[in-house]
Design a protein around this ligand. Structure first.
Ligand code: CAA
Length: 257
């Protein structure tokens, strides 16, 4: 697939996907989301990639779904497009996705950010779900994921006013992990991605999955899931290498096996 609206790079085991529709603030049209999910799935299959960064530019991570594409479409057109089904595939990506966000993080942009596992935000980020101002509501998780992270009261305030919150406030509500100056957000995300890329890849993926189970399962079922995942990792080569390296007082060399 040749990409028109994203660009792709890699560095030291980190795959980097940059949304690239700057003139209209990385508005997410159908093609952009198809390209993004295609590339995420490719990186997920690529053994040389261990962590993925998803970013935009300093002015905008993404200002939401492309309103031009939606403005004339009927309810039935949009239902037939089933345009959010492709988004569901993002939650099947097993490698960690680190969001490096700045500027406008609105609507579908906020929903995309919430699909990332860890988020580094620039101080200039403004984050929100303004769909109500267009007479609609979020359709890609904005009422569900946002509520799970920030709680019902803050979610209702954000969703019913449509007003964005600052990066600082997002940090307070656990919507982002770190806030850094705009000059530093991308490098900070890259540094973190490279750090995680050094970890044993199977453990990284199994831990990611287990953490999301915590939100879905009753505690004892979650504990059982965790225990079985723990047993599974004991069968990995990297477990042998990790423990051996500790005993030999050297740095481990993890292979992902
Ligand atoms: N779709 C299409 N085009 C968009 C866009 C969007 N979501 N957001 C911005 N643009 C375009 C603008 O139309 C403008 O294009 P032109 O230069 O051709 O006029 C260009 O990007 C720059 O934008 P502005 O001139 O408006 O820049 P600004 O700095 O004055 O304002 C902004 C920035 C506050 C983000 C404003 O553009 C805005 O409010 N955008 C819409 C945000 C929004 O409502 N997002 C939700 C979309 S619905 C959704 O996402 C549904 C879902 O759940 C998936």
């Amino acid at each position: 697939m040749a990409y028109e609206y994203i660009s792709v790079a890699s560095e030291d085991g980190v795959g980097i996907i940059t949304l690239n529709r700057p003139k209209i603030l990385n508005a997410l049209n159908l093609q952009l989301v198809d390209e993004l999910v295609d590339q995420l799935e490719q990186m997920d299959r690529d053994p040389d990639i261990r962590v993925i960064i998803l970013t935009g530019n300093a002015r905008a991570f993404a200002a939401g779904a492309d309103i031009n594409e939606m403005a004339e479409a009927s309810a039935i057109d949009i239902m037939k497009r089933n345009q959010f089904a492709v988004w569901d595939r993002i939650s099947l990506i097993s490698k960690p996705i680190i969001g490096a966000v700045s500027g406008f993080v609105l609507g579908g942009g906020c929903e995309l950010m919430m699909n990332c596992d860890i988020v580094i935000a620039s101080e200039t980020a403004v984050i929100g779900q303004p769909e109500i101002k267009l007479g609609v509501m979020p359709g890609a998780g904005g009422t569900q994921r946002l509520t799970r992270v920030v709680g019902e009261r803050k979610a209702l305030e954000m969703l019913l006013t449509g007003e964005p919150i600052s990066a600082k406030e997002a940090l307070k509500y656990g919507l982002v992990n770190r806030v850094v100056p705009v000059e530093a957000y991308y490098q900070e995300a890259l540094k973190l991605a490279k750090q995680i890329a050094q970890q044993p890849p199977l453990a990284v993926q199994v831990i990611k999955k287990a953490v999301y189970k915590a939100g879905d399962l009753p505690l004892q079922e979650g504990m059982d899931y965790e225990r079985n995942s723990f047993y599974l990792l004991l069968a990995s080569e990297d477990r042998k290498e990790g423990m051996q390296a500790f005993l030999e007082k050297r740095k481990p060399r993890f292979t992902g096996n």
